[in-house]
Ligand binder design. Structure first.
Ligand SMILES: [Zn+2]
Ligand SMILES: [Zn+2]
Length: 776
């Protein structure tokens, strides 16, 4: 380079942040630079991708950045690009530098991605000697990421792939900038990569040469096969084989809860389920979640897969193992998490054999280790938007951005007891963990602690400035919070955190009317809340209304047995009526079906229990109202999974009915006793349960709209937030959103985090951030 060029050529530094590691970003920059004919370098640091180039003008830099944004690899997500001129450095060509660690800030980590179309082509191409039928094929656009990363920066020695040495051909691909596998960290082939084999449930190897074919044969025979998938084990069984499905249900001790299915291709999905363009885009995306789809009239699944549910959880194959299985299977497979009811998903071969050998007949194992457990995510489309119900594979640890920025401080929010997630907040990134399950299970709690460590290491957050937990004194997370010393520990009420999660993810400012309708949450005064209507004003919550107070006869026993809640409501009504005969006669008269299932004696015992308030906590839970109505309508009297009674009640609701019951708000209480009386009258009139269910749902919609109108008149609030497990009910939520919009309100709910307790940690973190901001 002569003196003249040195005068005209400058050096610019471009810094790109976002999900830019493990997504083929450096090779992409390499190719882009050669197209722009700019020499320079690209390197990963733990916080960003740094590009340095030699060029003559700032205009070229701007053009280069425009192309970065325009042509970036599809899994990449660019949050920010900054550039500046730096001291002159001479580059002869363009080079990819080794990663540099950095211990100050954090770098976003890419979730795992479903096998891309090119890799599917490779595994189906007999001409490709190394990848044909190879179950660990991947490239820079697809494959494992988060589940195999031990620490950042994302390079092979920091992943569970470190134990596999690349063969010369793989190394060639890894080093060739024109190759799709250029710098793909998990790159491997049949010569050098992980191997698959099939064992029986005593860990005796059955097949090493063609384990997929052998597994298919076993599935066709009605066997249960445990498959080591991306983030843990899945249990597979023929979803059209009623006997096999029943066997899985009984061994897994899961009598009723719907089971997700994997369907071989999009054509079969369309044949059997209603699929909107939005739903198709989601199910076929690199995230490849389970999508709740409406069954077409004639489903080809065994009825035991999801019983009366209108919807079915459906996903497409998302790893090469799945694709290879479906190459020779033309039926859908149940593909459910490899665990016993509420345990975390099994991760290691040994652990899976220990825990799942009583469930599964065979095991499709391999030797690529899983570092982080990762369940399948569950989503549905609501209001033509993607609504995440369980956030895990493909979604976490992608952050939710909030409008508050707390800079380099860090907040840890511990979430709720059920469907637990935690949330780490730093800057304005809320890193909501993947679904961790029920914390009262010891294994789940270990999973929680183990995942928290992973997040702290990956995101370089070693100290917290504030820790938040739920107000419930007996929650595992509350006890866990106490171990943090010398930092502020805050507790927020469960339903306030629900509403805060909506405010956080929708970046709401100003006053909000919040409806937190839920199963259970510890109230400010120690009672069990669950139908809260809040006025959120100047960052403070006022509990403005709720259902009238009821007793839960037998506490936990009543949650498993919705008929107990029905009896509680009937007891209230009985007490208000003078001159009625005995309570049991009253019950049998109102609901004749109870004659066949509850003995007179049991009813009288419950009446005594309610009278003395013995082991009968006070509640205002909306979930318990759904339970009572479901039992009063002779739908569900005992349950084996949360929400079962409400789901059944929703499933029968006749959508063509627009009539509703009255549910007035008097003295800040919704009069649900009079609502039950109206339902009893309809039962006497022999009105069908499908109509009663619709009128019940409609009256809740009507009540929300009426209350919003009242709040608008009195307090001039027009923003409404809906959250809590009850709003998983599609009938209720879609009608409420539509009704509110028609009446000129701005209605918000949770889309990015679950509307159920999985979203609580985000709300807690947000409330803590407000506090932190106020104090500084
Ligand atoms: Zn690929
Ligand atoms: Zn190889």
């Amino acid at each position: 380079m002569n003196i003249e060029t040195r005068k005209t050529i400058k050096t610019y530094r471009i810094e790109v942040t976002g999900i830019v590691q493990g997504v083929g970003f450096r090779p992409f920059i390499f190719n882009l630079a050669s197209r722009h004919r700019v020499p320079g370098s690209v390197s990963n640091t733990s916080e960003a991708v740094i590009i340095e180039i030699n060029t003559t003008s700032e205009k070229n830099v701007v053009k280069f950045i425009e192309d970065i944004k325009k042509y970036k690899p599809s899994p990449a997500l660019i949050e920010n690009v900054e550039y500046s001129e730096i001291n002159f450095k001479e580059f002869k060509n363009f080079q990819i530098n080794k990663s540099k660690g950095n211990h100050y800030k954090f770098q976003l980590v890419s979730p795992d991605l479903a096998t891309c179309k090119d890799c599917v082509r490779d595994i189906n191409n007999p001409g490709d000697k190394r990848r044909y039928g190879y179950p660990f094929t991947n490239c820079t656009n697809c494959g494992p990421r988060f589940t195999i990363i031990e620490s950042l920066p994302y390079d092979r020695p920091q992943t569970t792939m470190k134990k596999f040495d690349m063969c010369p051909q793989c190394e060639q691909e890894y080093l060739d900038q024109l190759d799709r596998r250029f710098h793909a960290q998990p790159v491997a082939c049949s010569l050098c990569g992980p191997k698959l084999w099939l064992t029986d449930n005593h860990n005796r190897t059955i097949e090493y040469k063609d384990p997929i074919q052998k597994a298919v044969q076993k599935l066709k025979q009605g066997c249960i096969v445990a498959i080591k998938s991306l983030g843990g084990f899945q249990l597979a069984v023929d979803a059209t084989d009623a006997c096999a499905v029943k066997k899985l249900r009984s061994r897994k001790n899961r009598p009723h809860k719907p089971l997700a299915v994997m369907v071989g291709n999009i054509k079969q999905v369309k044949e059997n389920f209603k699929l909107s363009p939005r739903e198709e885009a989601i199910i076929d995306s690199p995230r490849a979640p389970i999508v709740l789809l409406e069954k077409k009239h004639k489903s080809w699944l065994a009825p035991e897969v999801s019983f009366y549910n209108r919807q079915e959880g459906v996903m497409l194959p998302y790893t090469p193992i799945h694709h290879l299985l479906f190459n020779t299977i033309d039926f859908p497979l149940i593909m459910t998490s490899g665990n016993n009811s509420e345990e975390p998903i099994a991760r290691d071969n040994r652990e899976a054999l220990d825990r799942l050998s009583s469930i599964s007949d065979f095991f499709l194992l391999h030797n690529r280790d899983i570092y982080s457990r990762y369940d399948d995510s569950v989503v549905k489309v609501m209001d033509n938007k993607e609504m995440v119900l369980r956030r895990a594979r493909g979604y976490s640890p992608y952050p939710v951005k909030i409008s508050l920025d707390i800079g380099n401080k860090a907040i840890l929010a511990l979430g709720a007891q059920e469907k637990n997630t935690f949330c780490i907040l730093s800057q304005n990134y809320a890193l909501v963990s993947q679904h961790l399950g029920e914390l009262d299970d010891v294994d789940s709690f270990n999973f929680f602690k183990e995942t928290l460590k992973v997040y702290q290491r990956l995101f370089n957050i070693h100290q917290f400035d504030m820790v938040v937990h739920d107000k419930h004194p007996a929650y595992t997370s509350t006890r866990y919070a106490r171990q943090f010393k010398n930092i502020p520990i805050l507790a927020f009420q469960h339903h306030k955190a629900h509403i805060a999660s909506v405010i956080a993810e929708n970046h709401l400012e100003g006053d909000v009317l919040g409806f937190a309708w839920d199963g259970t949450g510890y109230g400010d005064e120690g009672k069990i809340w669950g139908s809260e209507i809040f006025i959120y004003h100047h960052h403070n919550f006022k509990r403005w209304g709720h259902l009238s107070e009821k007793l839960i006869p037998g506490a936990k026993a009543a949650i498993k047995n919705p008929y107990r809640m029905a009896i509680s409501y009937l007891y209230e009504i009985y007490n208000q009526k003078s001159g009625a005969s005995s309570f049991s006669d009253f019950v049998f008269n109102c609901c004749p079906h109870f004659k066949n299932m509850i003995k007179q004696h049991e009813i009288e015992i419950m009446a005594k229990q309610l009278k003395k308030q013995f082991n009968s906590p006070v509640t205002t839970s909306m979930g318990r109202l759904f339970d009572a109505v479901s039992s009063i309508l002779n739908l569900t009297h005992t349950i084996s999974y949360e929400g079962q009674a409400a789901i059944r009640l929703e499933s029968i609701a006749d959508e063509s009915i627009d009539k509703e019951y009255d549910l007035p708000l008097c003295h800040n209480q919704l009069d649900d006793i009079s609502l039950i009386e109206q339902i009893l009258e309809d039962i006497q009139k022999k009105i069908p349960a499908s109509v009663i269910s619709a009128k019940f749902h409609n009256c809740l919609v009507g009540a929300i709209i009426d209350i919003c109108k009242m709040a608008q008149d009195r307090y001039n609030i027009c923003q409404v937030a809906l959250s809590g497990g009850v709003f998983q009910n599609s009938f209720l939520l879609s009608k409420t959103l539509a009704g509110l919009k028609e009446n000129g309100f701005k209605a918000y709910t949770n889309f990015k985090v679950p509307v159920n307790d999985g979203g609580i940690s985000l709300g807690q973190a947000y409330l803590a951030a407000l506090k932190l901001k106020k104090e500084n």
